[in-house]
Design a protein around this ligand. Structure first.
Ligand SMILES: [Zn+2]
Length: 245
C-alpha cells in the first residue's frame, strides 16, 4: 500500500506561544456549509483493527480535511481505489467525525452531544482533528471541552493532561487551554503535590510556570480566564485573517 501524505510542517501545531495559524485549505468554521458539489463521489475509509467501513462523500471529506484531500486528490493508490485504511484509529471517534462532516454537530452513537460528551472523547476528537488536519472539528471540540469544564466546574487534568501532552506539540491550543485553566481558574497549590508530580510531564510544568508568572495582579483571586483568553477564537485553529462569525 502506498503511504498517504504526511501532515505538512505548517500545521496547526507549529510551536508558538500565541494561537498558531494553520495554513490549510480545509474549512475551519462550522458556519460555512459545504457546497452541493461535495455530495457526488463516494470513498470508503476502513477504521480500526476490525476494518469498520465508512462510506463517505469524497469531496465532503476533502472540504473538511487536508489530510483526506491529500490522500484522495492525488496519484496515491488510495485515490485510484477510492479506499483508505486507518487501522490504528478508534471507530467510535471516527464515527463522531463522520457525523460531524454531515451535520456540523458532535454526536456519538448513543446520541450524546457536544459538551455532554466525555472529556476523553472531546480530547480524542481534538487530537484526531490535529492529526488529520480538520480545523473545524478541533474548534468544535475545544469549545465543547471548555463548556463542559465550566458546566461541571471541573478541569480534567488528572486523567487527561498526560494524553494531551503526549499527543500535541508545543503551543497547541489544547495544551494552552488546560494550562490556562490550571493557572487562572484554580489555585494549583491546593492540589495534591504527589498527584501533580505523578501526572505532570516536565514540559507541562514549564508551561504552567510560565503562564503563572505572566498572571497579572488583577487576575489573582478571580478564578476565571482573563478577558483576552475568553475571546471566541483564542483557542481556535484558523488560517491567518480568518475567524468565527
Ligand atoms: Zn474561531
Amino acid at each position: 500500500m502506498s503511504t498517504p501524505p504526511t501532515k505538512p510542517s505548517s500545521s496547526s501545531t507549529t510551536p508558538s506561544t500565541k494561537t498558531p495559524s494553520a495554513v490549510t485549505k480545509a474549512v475551519s468554521v462550522t458556519s460555512k456549509a459545504p457546497p452541493n458539489n461535495c455530495f457526488r463521489g463516494i470513498v470508503v475509509v476502513e477504521v480500526g483493527p476490525e476494518k469498520q467501513a465508512f462510506s463517505i462523500h469524497k469531496d465532503l471529506l476533502c472540504f473538511y480535511s487536508d489530510y483526506f484531500r491529500g490522500a484522495f486528490d492525488s496519484s496515491f493508490k488510495e485515490a485510484a481505489e477510492g479506499k483508505l485504511s486507518l487501522p490504528t484509529e478508534d471507530p467510535a471517534i471516527f464515527d463522531i467525525f463522520n457525523g460531524f462532516i454531515y451535520t456540523r454537530q458532535l454526536r456519538d452513537a448513543t446520541d450524546v452531544k457536544g459538551p455532554n460528551l466525555s472529556f476523553t472523547t472531546l480530547v480524542a476528537l481534538w487530537i484526531f482533528g490535529d492529526k488529520y488536519i480538520v480545523p473545524a472539528l478541533q474548534n468544535k471540540a475545544i469549545d465543547a471541552f471548555k463548556e463542559r469544564s465550566d458546566k461541571l466546574r471541573s478541569i480534567p487534568w488528572q486523567l487527561h493532561l498526560r494524553t494531551i501532552y503526549d499527543n500535541t506539540l508545543h503551543g497547541s491550543p489544547l495544551r494552552r487551554i488546560i494550562t490556562d485553566m490550571m493557572a487562572y481558574e484554580i489555585t494549583v497549590s491546593e492540589k495534591p503535590r504527589d498527584k501533580i508530580m505523578e501526572v505532570y510531564p516536565l514540559e507541562a510544568l514549564v508551561d504552567l510556570a510560565f503562564t503563572l508568572s505572566d498572571k497579572s495582579k488583577e487576575d489573582v483571586g478571580h478564578f476565571r480566564l482573563p478577558a483576552a483568553k475568553k475571546a471566541k477564537c483564542y483557542y481556535h485553529v484558523h488560517n491567518e485573517g480568518e475567524s468565527c462569525p
